[in-house]
Design a binder for this molecule. Structure first.
Ligand code: DGL
Length: 278
């Protein structure tokens, strides 16, 4: 049975990569809501309605065994609504604040995320619960997700914009320096090499994608019906990608194709309704 991996764009491919490595027996349905991108500035209730509406269609049409919400901006908001509405397991991704607080030597950590994730109550609860002994610098980047999309599509990115967004992550205080930056947006791992070049000093960049994939695998192991390898071979395996705009750019289409994801056109009645056309 399939696994849905959902994001606002192509950033969630950083999570798909890890999920495929751990759960190669399953076909994947990658969904990028590029018609709604970027999610960073969406008002909470509207974003919840939008994503729940998209999942209504995905669950009805694909009957996935599990869904990964590979988007911090959505996960820090909508997991309760998704779990209430649908009875498949959902795994979300949230900034790796606990591991950062456990690993930091200087006690100065930065959460780099979208403005939406930075303002969420859930993010502040994580900080209060796990990072009380640290100084947590919250940086809401308005341009980085878009820069990451450009970079992934092979475009040249504006390094000045990248620098402006990144430099507030680095703090020096009483002889101590930020030593960990947690990447609180699934788009950002694709920019990390560029970020390293700009960073004023070396830091540890935390990406929770692998931990999320492992959690999904554990849940599947608990609920999967035992199947022998011989039976598994019978599964037809074609990973697909759905972009809600229905017209991804040529570089995006090539990127998805290169990752072995066949583009699939999907009708979402909830989107048509919200545009007044259905
Ligand atoms: N990739 C998404 C995240 O992890 C957000 C990007 C956006 O839509 O702004 O937060």
């Amino acid at each position: 049975m399939s696994i849905v991996v959902f994001d606002s764009g192509i950033g969630g491919l950083s999570v798909l990569r890890e999920a495929r490595m751990l759960m190669h027996d399953h076909p994947f349905v990658y969904v990028g809501d590029d018609a709604g991108f970027p999610y960073g500035d969406w008002q909470g209730q509207l974003l919840t309605q939008r994503v729940v509406g998209l999942f209504e269609t995905l669950i009805q049409d694909f009957e996935p065994q599990l869904a990964i919400v590979a988007c911090n901006t959505a996960s820090t908001l909508i997991m309760p609504a998704l779990r209430k509405q649908f009875d498949i397991p959902f795994v979300g991704i949230v900034p790796a604040i606990k591991p950062a607080a456990e690993r930091t030597a200087s006690g100065l950590i930065t959460v780099l995320a979208t403005p939406g994730t930075i303002k969420r109550r859930y993010t502040h609860e994580l900080i209060n619960k796990f990072a009380g002994h640290c100084s947590v610098n919250l940086v809401g980047a308005t341009q980085l997700a878009r820069l990451a999309e450009q970079h992934m599509q092979g475009d040249r990115i504006n390094l000045n914009t990248l620098r402006e967004e990144l430099l507030p992550c680095f703090i020096e205080h009483e002889g101590k320096r930020t030593d960990i930056i947690t990447l609180g947006c699934t788009h950002f791992p694709f920019l990390v090499n560029e970020m390293r070049k700009i960073a004023p000093w070396p830091v540890d960049w935390l990406d929770p994608a692998e931990a999320v994939a492992r959690q999904a695998q554990n849940i599947l192991n608990q609920c999967a019906h035992p199947t022998t390898p011989a039976v598994r071979k019978l599964y037809v395996r074609q990973d697909i990608a759905i972009m809600t705009s229905d017209a991804p750019s040529v570089p995006t289409a090539r990127l998805l194709d290169g990752l072995g994801l066949q583009l699939h056109q999907q009708h979402f009645p909830s989107l048509a309704k919200s545009m007044g056309t259905a």
